[in-house]
Design a protein around this ligand. Structure first.
Ligand code: HEC
Ligand code: HEC
Length: 198
């Protein structure tokens, strides 16, 4: 985790140095965000199983992930080159746009037995303590409710295998305890949850 302290401190400094831009009108899609929606879907609601939705994600989570991609801590052949070209101000503007977008209802339907088993696992492993009781995320912690099933499963496997960047080490510690079967159940449960705040 060593090098990450420096990265986090720099990130915090970068954020305070570049306050979020004034929010544009909700209907207006900032020029820079249009390039993102090609992969992340209209309004950041992804229809691609391998690509995460960004709609309604906490702004701090979005900008932090972009920062980690730019920094090279988190790596992805598609995202890394995109983040490399973003300034801190761009990241804040993009985060402000996507956090305001309403998450779509999930297209995924959880298996009936996994809905109950998934909730039990989410409580047993304290997912709900960090990601929130309705798994909607907050601050630097992502929304999981209604996220793409395949994407969730890949990320959980990635944390367990220590190949997904994890800036404070919390997810790697949790994922270590999960069996492949637990991951399957959790991804199925989380992906089917309605991500609305009301
Ligand atoms: C060519 C397709 C593509 C484009 C264009 C793209 N992304 Fe991504 N993005 C991805 C993929 C694929 C991932 C998942 C990477 C992984 O599996 O770790 C991702 C992940 C992310 C994440 C992490 C989300 C999470 O839940 O962990 C953020 C934030 C993000 N992208 C923001 C953006 C923004 C902002 C833009 C526009 C500037 C953008 N992306 C453009 C493909 C794309
Ligand atoms: C101690 C707090 C904590 C606990 C407990 C926790 N998480 Fe996380 N989780 C986080 C943080 C922080 C991140 C962002 C990590 C990063 O990208 O550096 C995260 C990220 C994730 C991601 C990646 C999502 C994305 O969009 O990229 C998934 C999936 C996830 N958690 C699932 C779970 C599940 C399932 C559990 C319970 C088994 C759980 N988490 C328990 C804090 C926690």
């Amino acid at each position: 985790m060593n090098g990450h302290h420096g990265a986090v401190a720099m990130f915090a400094a970068a954020l305070s140095f570049f306050p979020p831009c004034a929010a544009p009108a909700a209907e207006e899609v900032p020029q820079r965000a249009q390039a993102c929606t090609v992969c992340h879907g209209p309004g950041g609601n992804s229809t691609d199983p391998a690509v995460p939705s960004l709609a309604g994600q906490p702004a701090q989570f979005i900008s932090m992930q972009l920062f980690l991609f730019r920094q090279g801590d988190r790596k992805d052949p598609q995202m890394s080159p995109i983040a490399a070209n973003l300034s801190n101000a761009d990241m804040n503007e993009l985060a402000a746009y996507f956090t305001r977008q309403r998450p779509a209802s999930p297209s995924h339907q959880s298996a009936r037995e996994n809905a109950a088993a998934g909730r039990r696992l989410a409580e047993q492993y304290h997912c709900v303590q960090c990601h929130g009781p309705a798994l909607l995320g907050l601050q630097h912690i992502p929304r999981l409710a209604g996220q793409q099933f395949a994407y969730l499963r890949t990320q959980l496997r990635g944390f367990k295998a220590k190949i997904r960047a994890d800036f404070d080490g919390n997810m790697t510690s949790v994922a270590e305890l999960l069996s492949e079967r637990d991951i399957e159940i959790l991804a199925d449960y989380l992906s089917g949850l309605t991500p609305a705040r009301d």
